[in-house]
Ligand binder design. Structure first.
Ligand code: FDA
Length: 396
């Protein structure tokens, strides 16, 4: 045997798995397709890496089996993530909504930490490898790969598939895990881009485009979920945290509801204003809550130049509906080029929730984004990847 386990993919899950296995005295070799480890960690959180979320529970994850992640999150908690990084001098600072970033360091410090620990522990990371086959033997697996034009082989009792999801193909994302699963008869939950901007086309496109760069705090919702965060208007539609969050719950053809003033009631605000200063223009009132450009754009739906005292009942109703039930029907999403994660993946029914070992392929483990567990925006997906890395390291 060349190692206790071969880990495929030097990303968040694979690197954490290698380090945790090292603590337990287990030798692993990581095979990475790219030229360096942790490429996605490096670009995460705008280069600052939102590495966990203080409020993470299994509730912020989408999966065919919503209970599946519970075991991993019990074995490796948010506190474990915080202590792990603090032990090596990376202290966390909450930015907003529980999102933890390194206080005075960046994403590179996180990748350097893993690379350094792997080196110290003798956990080898072999980059620029192209895996061509995984051959099952009686009590082991042989991984066949090409490197520098030569075919090479590694044999180990366990194989860990931690090759991530499909987003950002130009960074080397592959469908390796999905192909391997399909070839071995494992079920896959349909995949799609998630945490992804949504596009608007047709006659409404110009209305959104004129607001490009403007952001508004909203409540965004559909029948499944709601989020209170900012939306960002762009030349092609909508982005910003609220839109990324709802995109993971959106299906093509569906309409999304946006409450443009979640913390106030526009009808009450107008009634109040009427009592004391009925001559206030509707635009003046709205400008207290929105940037002028956004108020001006709302002129398409309401009489901005009218005094609040003279608004008719039907105008009041239209204003209320526009502000509190603004309905958007996206044309589509920006696809894997712009998605932060992939929804769907290896069906959790194929895996043990306690160990992440594949039931049909003993000795093979799947972890991280390739599994049908998708987190919200805000550090949740790394928490899942670290937890998988830890759990798998116990089993290999
Ligand atoms: P990950 O993608 O990290 O690693 C997979 C590794 O496998 C890669 O190194 C890849 O090259 C390698 N690989 C692929 N195919 C292979 C093959 N055939 N052979 C060998 N190796 C192969 N999440 C979060 O919680 N906080 C954040 O701030 C962000 N920010 C963010 C920004 C952007 C722009 C993106 C695209 C994503 C995020 N994410 C995030 C999501 C987060 O990056 C993601 O969920 C984790 O990296 C998933 O960890 P994995 O280890 O599963 O895959």
């Amino acid at each position: 045997m060349d190692a206790d386990a071969i880990i495929i993919g030097a990303g968040a899950c694979g690197l954490m798995c290698a380090v945790q296995a090292g603590y337990l005295g287990k030798k692993v070799i990581i095979l990475e397709k790219g030229s360096k480890a942790g490429a996605k960690i490096l670009i995460s959180g705008g280069g600052r890496c939102n590495y966990t979320n203080l409020f993470a529970t299994d509730e912020q994850f989408i999966s065919g089996n919503k209970h599946f992640s519970k075991s991993a999150f019990t074995q490796w908690t948010v506190a474990d993530t915080i202590v792990f990084f603090e032990t090596y001098g990376i202290r966390g600072k909450e930015k907003t909504l529980g999102q933890l970033f390194p206080e005075d360091k960046n994403a590179k410090a996180i990748v350097d930490l893993f690379a350094g620990l792997c080196e110290e522990m003798g956990q080898e990371i072999r980059c620029d490898t192209d895996i061509t086959d995984i051959i099952k033997e009686e009590n082991s697996y042989t991984v066949v790969y090409q490197r520098s034009g030569k075919e090479q082989r590694l044999r180990a009792g366990k194989v860990v598939i931690a090759t991530g999801g499909l987003p950002i193909p130009k960074m080397g994302a592959t469908d390796f895990a999905l192909r391997f699963a399909r070839k071995n008869g494992l079920n896959i939950i349909e995949t799609a881009p998630a945490l992804v901007p949504l596009t608007i086309t047709g006659k409404e496109e110009d209305w959104y485009a004129q607001l490009s760069g403007n952001s508004v705090f909203v409540e965004i919702s559909n029948e499944r979920i709601s989020f209170e965060e900012n939306i960002l208007f762009t030349h092609w539609g909508l982005s910003g945290p609220a839109v990324l969050q709802i995109s993971s719950y959106w299906r093509a053809g569906e309409t999304i509801n946006i409450n443009l003033m979640p913390q106030e009631d526009i009808s009450e605000l107008i009634e109040e204003e009427r009592k004391f200063n009925g001559k206030t223009l509707l635009s003046t009132l709205l400008n207290r809550y929105y940037a002028k450009k956004f108020t001006d754009a709302l002129g398409k739906f309401m009489p901005l130049g009218k005094q609040v005292a003279s608004l008719t009942k039907s105008e009041m109703e239209a204003i209320h509906t526009t502000i509190h039930l603004f309905r958007v029907k996206p044309a589509g999403d920006k696809g894997y080029d712009k998605a932060e994660v992939m929804r769907g993946g290896i069906d959790t029914a194929e895996l043990s929730s306690k160990t992440l070992e594949c039931k049909k392929l003993p000795g093979v483990y799947f972890g991280g984004e390739c599994v049908d567990v998708t987190g919200w925006l805000g550090g949740y997906n790394f928490q899942w990847a670290w937890a998988c890395g830890f759990v798998i390291a116990q089993g290999i």
